[in-house]
Design a binder for this molecule. Structure first.
Ligand SMILES: [Zn+2]
Length: 262
């Protein structure tokens, strides 16, 4: 069992401005209409597509930011898949719920996750802005367009660094480095949001890491590659080689345990 303080890849709601509605988002009929691909393409709607499109276009409009340009390009080129939290695959839901022990989600909740207004969907959104595994990125709904764009930057960076593996390699130092990098890039894209925030403290506190056990060298120089989702970086990040999940073995798909053996 994972210890409580191991909160992988989570972007908690701490620094989030909630409250923007889809109606308030710019669906900008600009010239870039390259689209994106979803994790669960069978479950989608126009509102969600417009929501993501607005975030990607905001990145594309930031022509002076190589980070924003390359992140948008990665999405347009389908290097990553983007979806909402209620579209978590069975295994991704299982991972996410175990990272959120206080939310009280059970394996059974996955089956009702896509139901309108589902309790499980609400709990995920309350706890997460974004989540990723392999090249699958999930985002909460109702983020402001700027927060959404920042979250895409954060999660795409996790994908190129294969954080779902690297995060655990040398905890807590590895977890600290993976999260610090993603937040530092968010701050580069949206400095106003992070003005006055000590990112080292923020990551250690938010992810409940034991500061004394983090390599002091990592705290001194926390920003390590890979920073930008360039073509060269993608060429070495072989997503197709990631271990596939066997949905038949996913806890939410297994029959409930029978009576104990006599
Ligand atoms: Zn993260």
């Amino acid at each position: 069992m994972r210890a409580r303080w191991i909160l992988p890849l989570l972007l908690t709601v701490g620094c989030t401005e909630l409250g923007a509605t889809d109606d308030g988002l710019d669906d900008g009929k600009s010239d870039s209409s390259g689209g994106f691909s979803e994790v669960d393409a069978a479950h989608t709607n126009v509102t969600f597509q417009r929501y993501i499109e607005a975030g990607v276009r905001l990145l594309e409009r930031d022509v002076n930011s190589e980070l924003a340009q390359l992140t948008a390009k990665s999405i347009r080129e389908r290097r990553v898949l983007i979806d909402e939290l209620i579209d978590l695959t069975c295994w991704d839901f299982d991972r996410a719920r175990k990272d959120l022990p206080d939310a009280g989600l059970t394996a059974d909740d996955w089956k009702s996750l896509q139901d309108p207004g589902s309790d499980a969907g609400k709990k995920l959104t309350e706890n997460l802005d974004g989540y990723m595994w392999s090249n699958r990125i999930y985002v909460a709904r109702k983020l402001t367009v700027k927060r959404l764009a920042s979250t895409l930057i954060h999660e795409v960076n996790h994908v190129i660094n294969r954080s779902e593996v690297g995060y655990y390699e040398n905890l807590p130092t590895s977890g600290f480095l993976h999260e610090y990098r993603s937040f530092a890039l968010e701050a580069q894209f949206d400095p106003a949001e992070w003005e006055g925030v000590d990112l080292v403290d923020y990551v250690i506190t938010n992810y409940e890491l034991d500061r004394d056990k983090i390599d002091p060298g990592a705290i001194k120089e926390p920003l390590v590659p890979e920073l930008l989702p360039t073509k060269e970086v993608w060429d070495t990040r072989d997503v197709a080689a990631d271990v596939p999940d066997d949905d038949a073995l996913c806890p939410s798909n297994l029959p409930p345990p029978g009576p104990p053996e006599p």
